[in-house]
Every structure is written in structure tokens, then in C-alpha cells.
Design a protein. Structure first.
Length: 186
């Protein structure tokens, strides 16, 4: 007669338990890696948005330094479709088709206006930034001016600053606003 041997549980993991743990670990690792890849792309988008906002704020701050009646005519009112829709509610600047956006862009003051007639411009000279991976993003600056006579002796120039850049083949636009006030001809 053979003796019965009883198996006692031994401390440690079985092979099946180890394989299941490895599969669970790998599934978690794949999820983490895909989240990191997605976050890296979102970080570059956020960086470009921050850079565009910085470019717009830089131009807004420079405009604040200009004389209300600028002798270089940089603060003359705009005439055309951008003057009637300074917020671009129709989304013409967001259209990648140049035939649609060109009329709106032509209406705005742009890069050439900043230094026309020998005017000094103390802001950012070339709004082009290079990312860590070497790709360059060019930001195009525009602005729209609208003068309002508030009351006798008080004028206000409302200025919309727009920065347009391309991301993944699609145009993106950042808009800021600044005011210039002239009281009593000062």
C-alpha cells in the first residue's frame, strides 16, 4: 500500500499567479505610456497657445506706449470687414482657405504697420519660436483700431490684437483687447 502524501501550501506565488500579475502590470504600463504620449502632444499645444498669448500681450503693451494721435498713423481706424466684425464672429481667420481669410487679414494693421515711416517698435522683433524638437512656429500679429468719441473732450481707441498661427494644418487665433483714452486733448 502506498502512502498518501498531502501537499502543504508553500509560501510564495504559483506560476499562474505570477503570469496574471505580469499581464495586469503590462496592461497598466501600456495605459500609462499612452497617457504620457497624449500629454506630450497636449503640452506642445499648450506651449504654442501660451506663446501666442505672450506675443499678443507684448503687442498690446507696446500699443499702450504709443501716442493717442500717433504721428506714424499706426493707430488709424480700420476700414473694411474687420472693422465691422473685430471679434471675427464669422470665423474667417480660422478658415484654412486663404481666399476666405485674405480679405479679413488685408483689412487689419499688420507687421508692416508696426515700423512704417521709421516708427520705433520696442516689442518682440520676430515672433517665431522653435520648440525643443526643432519645429518652428511663426506667429503673425495683427490689430484692429476703433475710435469712439465718448463725450466732448473724451475719446477712446479700442484696439483688438490678434495673433494667428498654424497648428496641425489648421489656423489658431488668440485675441486680446486694450484701450487708449484721451481726455481733454491730452
Amino acid at each position: 500500500m502506498q502512502r498518501r502524501t498531502f501537499f502543504r501550501s508553500r509560501p510564495g506565488f504559483t506560476t499562474i499567479e505570477s503570469l496574471i500579475a505580469a499581464v495586469v502590470f503590462l496592461v497598466g504600463l501600456v495605459g500609462l505610456l499612452s497617457a504620457l504620449i497624449q500629454a506630450r502632444g497636449a503640452t506642445s499645444q499648450a506651449r504654442r497657445l501660451m506663446q501666442a498669448t505672450d506675443v499678443a500681450n507684448d503687442l498690446s503693451e507696446q500699443i499702450q506706449l504709443w501716442n493717442f494721435d500717433d504721428p506714424n498713423k499706426r493707430l488709424d481706424d480700420n476700414v473694411g470687414e474687420c472693422a465691422s466684425d473685430p471679434l471675427d464672429k464669422d470665423g474667417k481667420l480660422l478658415d484654412p482657405d486663404p481666399d476666405i481669410s485674405s480679405g479679413y487679414i488685408a483689412c487689419m494693421h499688420g507687421e508692416l504697420t508696426l515700423t512704417q515711416d521709421g516708427a520705433k517698435f520696442g516689442g518682440l522683433k520676430t515672433p517665431v519660436f522653435k520648440d525643443a524638437d526643432g519645429s518652428e512656429t511663426e506667429f503673425k500679429r495683427y490689430y484692429i483700431v476703433h475710435t469712439v468719441n465718448v463725450r466732448e473732450g473724451v475719446k477712446r481707441k479700442q484696439v483688438w490684437v490678434k495673433v494667428r498661427y498654424m497648428e496641425a494644418g489648421q489656423p489658431r487665433v488668440v485675441t486680446t483687447q486694450t484701450l487708449l483714452v484721451q481726455m481733454g486733448g491730452v
